[in-house]
Design a protein around this ligand. Structure first.
Ligand SMILES: [Zn+2]
Length: 334
């Protein structure tokens, strides 16, 4: 599958069908649909009767094999449990959850590479995410990239190209992947049934697939904002960005309840409103300066009176959040 913001790039690459390089490095931030695009491109390139648009026909034998996951000339390599490179000792402690692509996965391609392709067509290897190739795997892959076999295309999907060895990068044609514009991203999320698309997009820096995941995790707008508020690594700009997506009255309301909770936690050891955050609030409350917290509460009550007509909404939001940032910073890492 492919997304609306990728159509132009697809058309461009499909038009180069006959002259594509032997390795494409598809890079871009997480959650913008790179891997889906790579699979879509692979299927189109393997199709035996592509449409004039360059898209796969969907009905030829090649499309059938691809869709059922057993096209003989296609391999997808991704994070796997099966390969921990146990014979190699310099990758640090071994973890249970797959975080790497190991050398055995790359070695396993050898047989695939030496067999002739079906009807002498193209052979496609998808590596996703290439960031996860460990050193040995990257070196093994480099050998294949240095001596490319004719008719073989490597598609490397990568979140952070700088994490790839320069030697691998230099053997690929670098193709940055497009981000949707805010309207496209919002429309896509709405079509996916996400309410509050702007909030989730702000939280995920405009990456719609990531925003859908966060939204699907059941995070309500409030949970998302409140957890951001409790984070130590968030900046005033980042927090304000998020806050401006929330109706102003709602925002002040949440903040008032938050400050009230903190005060209650500090002196009574309980929370009344954001009870789902009680544990975090309680740990933090003990380290907050009571006098400053009270001053913030007062400021929020005053803000409540002008909330419907602030002169400059952005400045208004920042003025409400800045004292919290100071309070939070003064509490330090406890
Ligand atoms: Zn086809």
């Amino acid at each position: 599958m492919m997304y609306s913001w990728q159509h132009a790039l697809f058309a461009q690459l499909a038009a180069q069908r006959a002259t594509l390089p032997h390795a494409l490095l598809l890079s871009g931030r997480r959650g913008i649909g790179k891997a889906d695009f790579a699979r879509h491109l692979a299927r189109a390139l393997l199709c035996e009767a592509p449409q004039p648009s360059g898209d796969a026909c969907g009905t030829c034998p090649a499309c059938g094999w691809f869709n059922s996951g057993n096209h003989p000339d296609y391999r997808a390599i991704t994070l796997s449990d099966d390969d921990h490179d146990e014979e190699e000792g310099d990758e640090g402690p071994k973890k249970k959850a797959p975080t790497q692509i190991g050398i055995n996965q790359i070695r396993a391609l050898t047989g695939f590479m030496t067999t002739s392709t079906h009807r002498a067509g193209l052979r496609v290897v998808l590596i996703d995410p290439a960031d996860a190739l460990n050193t040995h795997a990257a070196n093994a892959l480099l050998k294949s990239l240095e001596e490319p076999l004719p008719g073989t295309l490597y598609l490397l999907v990568c979140h952070q190209p700088r994490r790839l060895p320069a030697t691998v990068r230099s053997r690929c044609q670098h193709q940055p992947m497009p981000l949707p514009n805010p309207t496209e991203a919002r429309e896509w999320l709405v079509a996916q049934g996400v309410t509050d698309p702007d909030l989730f997009l702000a939280l995920c820096a405009g990456a719609p697939l990531e925003a859908r995941v966060v939204a699907a995790e059941g995070s309500s707008a409030r949970t998302v904002f409140m957890s951001a508020l409790l984070r130590t690594d968030i900046t005033l700009v980042g927090l304000s960005e998020l806050a401006t997506k929330i109706p102003m009255v709602q925002l002040v309301d949440w903040l008032q309840r938050f400050s009230y909770d903190l005060m209650e936690q500090k002196y009574l050891g309980q929370a009344r409103f954001h009870i789902d955050l009680a544990k975090q609030q309680s740990a933090l409350a003990a380290h907050l300066d009571a006098y400053d917290l009270l001053a913030w509460e007062k400021q929020l009550s005053e803000a409540r009176r002008v909330v419907n007509h602030p002169l400059n909404p952005r400045l208004f939001v920042e003025s409400l959040l800045a004292p919290w940032m100071t309070l939070r910073a003064a509490a330090g890492s406890y």
